[in-house]
Write a protein that binds this ligand. Structure first.
Ligand code: FES
Length: 588
């Protein structure tokens, strides 16, 4: 087109030929509908924006109330440059964002809502592909669930971790150090004043938590799944290379549309098994299990809890990061990042699983150096021979429960102890520090009413703080059992995601204080020493079944009525699967 003024005085605003792109169903043609779609979008867009080039949405979870994603507007600007450069049209699309530390009662209550809203907006709008910008815990899972269901060409740019802050000369691991410092206050070894002074040192820069928590894990697993440009995940948020990668992702999105490469081609069973290998090798968050199962459910891949255990067991733990280890995410990036880790377990990866670039993930693992062998171990010198997440079953968890052995105390992995049962997190807080609480180091703390339906939203409460009187005695870990989740930044011998949950009729609702619980991680068992008949004869504890007042309206009502159990990813039953990108009707 001629350069100069456009529109009424000189632009070529005439008929636009039908085009191949999906967006041409909105912008193509010279009828009233095409006119309306184009006219309202012009606002500075040149005429050639509607000449058939791909329109790329930037699904952007930046929000002032999601502090870990605050910098994503800057990342989106870099993506835009890349999209323009490659001949596409970039369009910022703010989507539901979830600040893990801010939303109540728990961000997990809204993961499926964010995924549903994003899916619907990707489908409803005139776009041909999408760049997904996430960071804080639930944002990348919800974006990937949405992308899998709408199946438009998509590439993820993980927002990256923050730089490490320090307090009294010691590196601070977000979350992990908070738990440790607050336990020190409870144990009387740190003053409340010193604890509060650490607050302003905890978050040093833009970016998400710097431990191997859920955000770090899901950013890295997005790469293991093949949904990022390989080598990008884990780039610290303030690092200039993140913007460079964002620019490249913008270019790639245009290429993906041209080649018609969709998430359904990338998110295969092989890519999920690769992600499980990666999860074990990095010692990632237990939350990843629920998220991978949910994404797989959207992608139509039959992934199960048994796949998680079977594929992850035998994978060595190679990354020495908090909460189980010593280092933090900027150390991992400096040491070589995920590709360096995966290069050590290359033989365990599916060589056919491709990435968004069209090349298999394993092709990116040739000659990848490890720059710091303390942070990333070589295969021959692992931190642990098995880094995977163990899946337990037994009469307390017929559908399964998980534990992260790498974050547990080795002496507690086989344990038999008397249960001390709490019906809700409020019940727990009311009683845990009672000096008369009948508890010792061998007691198994059981917390119920915290599952997807019971809370509702499956909060991160499973790593219950230890009773103060035991902390004073020097006890630092106990066996804990819960139908909720725990923060990826937490640690301890915690059995979680117990399914079915108490509120869904699981046996957890039927056990009582004083029952004997047996944990045997090597045998993958979690049992209570009661016969099936004894369990069946008991009434479920009413308080455990309805720990939280049943919601009467809104999203919570929909969620409680339709949420599935943790063993299949806690998605809503009617959101499982894919609807594709087709839109049937228009109402102008
Ligand atoms: Fe956002 Fe930890 S609070 S990643």
């Amino acid at each position: 087109m001629a350069h100069g003024r456009v529109g009424e005085q000189g632009g070529t605003s005439g008929p636009v030929a039908p085009r191949e792109q999906r967006s041409a169903r909105w912008y193509g043609g010279d009828d009233r509908d095409g006119y309306i779609h184009r006219a309202w979008m012009r606002r500075g867009l040149p005429n050639h924006a509607f000449d058939g080039r791909p329109h790329i949405a930037i699904a952007n979870t930046a929000s002032d109330l999601t502090p870990c994603n605050l910098h994503l507007d800057g990342v989106a600007a870099a993506v835009k440059q890349g999209v323009w450069e490659a001949g596409g049209v970039p369009l910022n699309l703010p989507v539901v964002s979830l600040g893990e530390t801010q939303v109540r009662p728990t961000a997990m209550l809204w993961r499926n809502m964010a995924a549903m809203a994003t899916e619907e907006m990707l489908r409803a709008n005139p776009i041909d592909g999408v760049v997904l910008l996430g960071g804080c815990d639930k944002t990348i899972p919800s974006l990937l669930m949405a992308a899998a269901s709408v199946d438009l060409p998509a590439v993820v740019v993980p927002g990256g971790p923050m730089l490490t802050g320090h307090f009294r000369g010691t590196p601070l691991g977000c979350g992990t150090s908070t738990w440790q410092l607050s336990e020190e206050v409870r144990a009387g070894t740190l003053s409340p004043e010193a604890f509060l002074r650490s607050e302003s040192a905890m978050v040093r820069s833009a970016g998400h938590c710097n431990t191997m928590g859920t955000a770090s894990t899901m950013g890295l697993l997005a790469e293991a799944l093949g949904t990022t440009i390989p080598g990008v995940a884990g780039t610290p948020a303030p690092d200039a290379r993140l913007l460079e990668s964002a620019h490249e992702a913008g270019r790639l999105a245009v290429e993906l549309v041209a080649e018609g490469r969709r998430p359904s081609e990338v998110l295969t069973r092989g890519s999920f098994l690769n992600a499980i290998v990666a999860l074990a090798a990095i010692g990632g968050s237990t939350n990843a299990v629920v998220h991978l199962l949910a994404i797989a459910g959207r992608a139509g891949v039959g992934l199960t809890l048994d796949d998680v255990d079977r594929t992850g067991s035998g994978v060595p733990l190679l990354v020495d990061l908090q909460p189980a280890g010593r280092f933090l995410m900027d150390d991992l990036y400096r040491a070589g990042g995920l590709l360096a880790v995966l290069s050590q377990v290359r033989d365990l990866l599916d060589p056919t699983a491709i990435t968004v670039t069209g090349r298999p993930l394993v092709e990116y693992l040739d000659d990848v150096p490890i720059w710091d062998r303390e942070v990333i171990r070589v295969r021959e010198e692992p931190l642990l021979a098995e880094g995977g997440i163990a899946v337990l079953r037994g009469n307390l968890a017929p559908l399964g429960a998980v534990i992260k052995p790498a974050a547990a105390s080795p002496h507690l992995l086989r344990h038999r102890g008397r249960a001390l049962v709490f019906d809700s997190i409020e019940d727990f807080h009311a009683r845990v520090d009672d000096p008369d609480l009948d508890v010792d180091a061998d007691t198994v703390l059981v917390l119920r009413g915290c599952g997807p339906r019971g809370y509702p939203g499956m909060p991160e409460v499973s790593n219950m703080p230890l009773p103060a009187k035991l902390l004073e005695q020097g006890v630092r870990d106990m066996v804990r059992v819960c139908d909720g989740r725990m923060s990826g930044t937490a640690y301890g011998t915690v059995v979680l995601h117990v399914a079915p949950e108490a509120a869904a009729g699981g046996p957890l609702a039927r056990i009582r204080t004083g029952d004997v619980v047996v944990l045997d991680v090597p045998a993958r068992r979690l049992d209570v020493e009661l016969t099936d008949d004894e369990l069946a004869a008991r009434e479920p504890a009413p308080a455990a079944v309805a720990a939280y007042a049943a919601p009467t309206r809104g999203w919570e009502r929909l969620y409680v009525d339709h949420v599935q159990q943790a063993d299949t990813g806690a998605d809503l039953d009617f959101l499982v699967g894919s609807s594709g990108d087709a839109v049937g009707r228009e109402s102008h």
